[in-house]
Write a protein that binds this ligand. Structure first.
Ligand code: GLV
Ligand code: MN
Ligand code: MN
Length: 410
């Protein structure tokens, strides 16, 4: 097990250097770095005895043939946020490959096939909407997303073509109803709970829903030295007031989190009053009704703030992902695998989004969280121990055993 976990750590380290930015890990959808990561990971999948394909959006899919008709999917994503850690998504893909590698090394075939999916876009860094990869895989892709534009004005349609895919064929391969046993994703926790409880792994109960919105405040650019304070239509001041309202409103709604993570002031010069600001908004809650209420409140407040400053406000809905629950039966098998490995089972919800949330309408889902240091994620300081990675591989191996028992029942 030590050799396997050490290989996983080395692979995460290596992929941690496959980046669009020198000195930081940034691997957006469709980038040269993602292409390079796909090439490297394809080689590892082939080495683990899998046949390979890359689908139209660029998800990498390895297939390890079993003796029966059904398929179990394992996986996570290979794209990253800006200045990311090395494990978010990547670790889950590496653990999945290691599980297949162990079977291959033993010459073992299971009574079902395993498909390892390395999704091409979970973070949504480039197009501001998450799960582009898994939404295609699961048949949930929103056709309108093809017109989304990145920071350089490149459309998703163009980016898909440049990445080697057909933007008019973003559909899953045909599957027969019922041929999937489920999807199981290992992922770093990205929170402090497992560390606080001194546990290497935990079982995910549900994944919070999220709303993503783009906002524009339009005011009037002007001379910073001559326009009196009373006469201004400062779009950045409107945005600033809105950002603090986001913080206040989310604090007032227990269980919710809301974030403005991007802001740009135009035209962007120290002696020009900002005439336009563009912002992102991310709102999350375990209960969809509460999230929608908070989102709607923020829309009303954005409009009120804009009006009070004689600015216009444009609210651009980006994405709505409902909260999803993990499948109780598949999660029970994962929990049994944790017990089989001699550990206490701890169940916890996920505040972060995961590809599993997209796959929930397609197959039963289960997730294994792996402890990460200080709960830190979306940060280069993200860290896991090799020992915990070894535990996660052991649990996933035992999970396959449990699924096998179920799959061979009459
Ligand atoms: C993905 O990491 C997300 O939850 O934003
Ligand atoms: Mn992730
Ligand atoms: Mn992430």
């Amino acid at each position: 097990m030590q050799e396997i976990s050490s290989t996983i750590m080395e692979r995460c380290e290596l992929l941690g250097n496959v980046s669009e930015e020198a000195g930081a890990l940034t691997r957006p959808y469709g980038s040269r770095a993602l292409h390079e990561a796909n090439e490297i990971v394809s080689g590892w999948m082939r080495g683990a005895g899998m046949t390979m394909r890359q689908d139209e959006i660029g998800n990498l899919i390895g297939h390890y043939q079993g003796s029966g008709d059904k398929t179990l999917i394992l996986g996570s994503h290979l794209d990253t946020v800006r200045d990311a850690g090395k494990y978010d998504g990547i670790l889950g893909v590496m653990i999945a490959i290691a599980c297949v590698q162990r079977l291959h090394d033993r010459g073992e075939r299971l009574p079902f096939s395993i498909e390892v999916a390395a999704f091409a876009d979970e973070e949504g860094l480039r197009f501001g909407t998450t799960f582009l990869g898994s939404s295609v895989y699961a048949g949930e892709f929103d056709e309108g997303s093809r017109n989304l534009r990145d920071w350089d004005g490149v459309t998703l349609r163009e980016a898909v073509s440049a990445f080697g895919g057909d933007p008019d064929a973003l559909k899953p391969i045909g599957r027969r109803v019922g041929d999937l046993l489920g999807y199981c994703e290992a992922h770093i926790e990205q929170g402090p709970v497992l560390e606080e409880r001194d546990l290497p792994v935990g079982i995910v109960t549900a994944i919070n829903g999220q709303s993503r919105v783009g906002l524009v405040f339009d005011g009037n650019a002007g001379h910073a030295g001559t326009v009196p304070m009373e006469g201004r239509q400062d779009a950045l001041c409107a945005a600033a007031e809105f950002v603090l309202e986001v913080e206040r409103a989310a604090r007032a709604e227990p269980g919710s989190v809301a974030t403005v993570g991007e802001i740009a002031a135009r035209p962007g010069a120290s002696n020009v009053i900002p005439g336009r600001t563009e912002l992102s908004l991310d709102v999350r809650h375990p209960d969809d009704e509460v999230r929608e209420r908070l989102r709607d409140h923020l829309k009303t407040r954005a409009e009120e703030i804009a009006a009070s400053r004689r600015c216009d406000c444009e609210w651009q809905p980006g994405q709505e992902t409902p909260a999803v629950s993990a499948d109780p039966d598949l999660s029970a098998l994962l929990a049994r695998a944790v017990e089989d490995s001699g550990m206490a089972v701890h169940r916890l919800p996920s505040g972060a989004g995961h590809d599993a949330a997209q796959l929930a309408g397609f197959a039963p889902i289960a997730m294994l969280f792996v402890r990460c240091k200080g709960g830190i994620s979306h940060n280069p300081a993200e860290s896991v121990t090799q020992e915990d990675v070894g535990v996660a591989v052991e649990v996933m191996g035992r999970f396959l055993e449990r699924v096998k028992e179920g799959a061979t029942l009459p």
